[in-house]
Design a binder for this molecule. Structure first.
Ligand code: PGA
Length: 255
């Protein structure tokens, strides 16, 4: 169960769109957007366009997110972008997306530092967690979620935990991974229950009810409504379907 009165609809554009296409799509979303009160629309575009979009979108109905950050604030770290550099351009950052974990080898020890760095720079971290197909088949979902929650949050002070948004993204449901398929409502209900029960065990009832938990993995306009209706789900993290402005707007409408 969730006591959050906010819904987040977050677009993760990965490396799908060119800088020009990203600016065009973001402005198209903003132009046609009619959001209900309490719905937070966020786009995580290529880092190359964060500055331009921050200027063009202003502080209105569409917020920005980085897709990834490094935990050091500055220094000799070729190719990295710090949370403090993102501060002022975006209000959110994804952390520990499964593509970061499984394509780029990020571990919980990296992820917990990134979560802490995001908060230090006043960004809201969207901590992505979720089991692989093998882990699910071996019945390890609960342990994996526990390890990733604890692994991601263990550098935070207790009073900061509620500032984190958690995105449950089962790796087997994320499009682009061969034969991905969306999570069933039953599986999602059970995983969100597990996440909130782990949060309760680790940090207490109040946190377990107040942390926002989102779902991501093959979300489209036609299935967004059923995921949003699942008890304890406070929003969606949408990949490929969010790159088309009209489809993304249809998804937002369901919130
Ligand atoms: P998808 O990606 O919606 O394309 O499955 C979701 C994500 O990876 O955040």
């Amino acid at each position: 169960m969730s006591k959050s009165n906010k819904k987040y609809i977050i677009a993760n554009w990965k490396m799908y769109l060119s800088p020009d296409e990203s600016v065009k799509a973001a402005l198209a979303v903003q132009k046609k957007l009619r959001v209900a009160r309490g719905v937070e629309v966020v786009i995580a575009p290529s880092a190359l366009v964060l500055r331009e979009l921050a200027a063009k979108l202003g502080k209105k109905n569409v917020k920005l997110a980085a897709q990834n950050i490094y935990w050091r604030d500055f220094g000799a770290f070729t190719g990295e972008i710090s949370a403090s550099e993102v501060h002022g351009l975006a209000e959110f950052t994804l952390v520990g997306h499964s593509e970061r974990r499984y394509v780029f080898g990020e571990q919980n020890r990296d992820i917990k530092k990134k979560v802490a760095a995001a908060l230090r720079s006043h960004l809201t971290p969207v901590l992505c967690i979720g089991e692989t197909r093998d882990e699910k088949d071996f019945g390890e979902t609960s342990e994996v979620l526990y390890d990733q929650i604890l692994g991601g949050l263990s550098e935070l002070a207790a009073e900061d935990i509620h500032k984190v948004v958690i995105a449950y993204e089962p790796v087997w449901a994320i499009s682009g991974n061969g034969n991905a398929r969306p999570c069933s409502v039953e599986d999602l209900t059970e995983s969100v229950r597990l996440i909130r029960s782990h949060l309760n065990h680790l940090y207490g009832k109040k946190i377990s009810e107040n942390v926002s938990v989102l779902y991501g993995g093959s979300v489209k306009a036609e299935n967004a409504g059923e995921f949003l209706a699942v008890d304890g789900v406070d929003g969606l993290l949408v990949g490929s379907a969010s790159t088309k402005a009209d489809e993304f707007l249809k998804i937002i409408e369901q919130a």
